[in-house]
Write a protein that binds this ligand. Sequence first.
Ligand code: PRP
Ligand code: URA
Length: 214
Amino acid sequence: MKYKNYENVYEMDHPLIKHKISLLRDKNTGTQEFRKLVEEIAALEGFIALRDLPLKDVEIETPIETCMTPMLDGKKLAIVPILRAGLGMVNGITTLVPSSKVGHVGLYRDPETHEPHEYYCKLPDPIDQRLCVVLDPMLATGGSAIAAVDFIKKHGCKKIKFMCIIAAPEGIEKLAEAHPDIEIYIGNVDRELNDNAYICPGLGDAGDRIFGTK
Ligand code: PRP
Ligand code: URA
């Protein structure tokens, strides 16, 4: 499940994730089903990406006796979707960890230059002691993910996991090089970017398909 020789990059190999990604790719999959699939895939990926959450033993009284039993430890998780498309993954993660805080980073790609432009940022405060999980279904050139992680680090966050559904090899390389200290979780690594910096075979424009725009 490790991607190539990267220490911190993981590609999912679970058959349910692969199956649901294939349904996402289908151009005949409508907005309602697309949204549901993005949420389900995020939950399945999250289950894997969060397997090292810290635990501490707490005392609980069962109907039979008192026992020490493990529960999540540390500050609450910060989930940070990259607007817009990352929003589609949020419910998948909050289903797993309902106590999560949710921040937002607003970025859009310039259609000509493909450079990311920031238009919004609101993060849980303080963020320095929290694990931050950045969500975006698409990692294409890597520009948006790099900018979002830059931003979150500038606010003091030290532990970051990035989760996407589809990635291009070009974007993975860029992100892993720019931020070698973060973990990157990918549903599927696709073939390449086309001349318009879209992922091939990909699934088209994730934001438009989640929100039914265009
Ligand atoms: C898409 C996608 C990513 C970004 C990926 O967002 O959701 O955020 O492009 O591309 P990159 O790796 O080359 O930066 P877009 O800018 O289309 O905005 P949207 O989510 O509002 O549709
Ligand atoms: N953003 C998308 O939504 N899709 C792509 O293929 C590339 C960037």
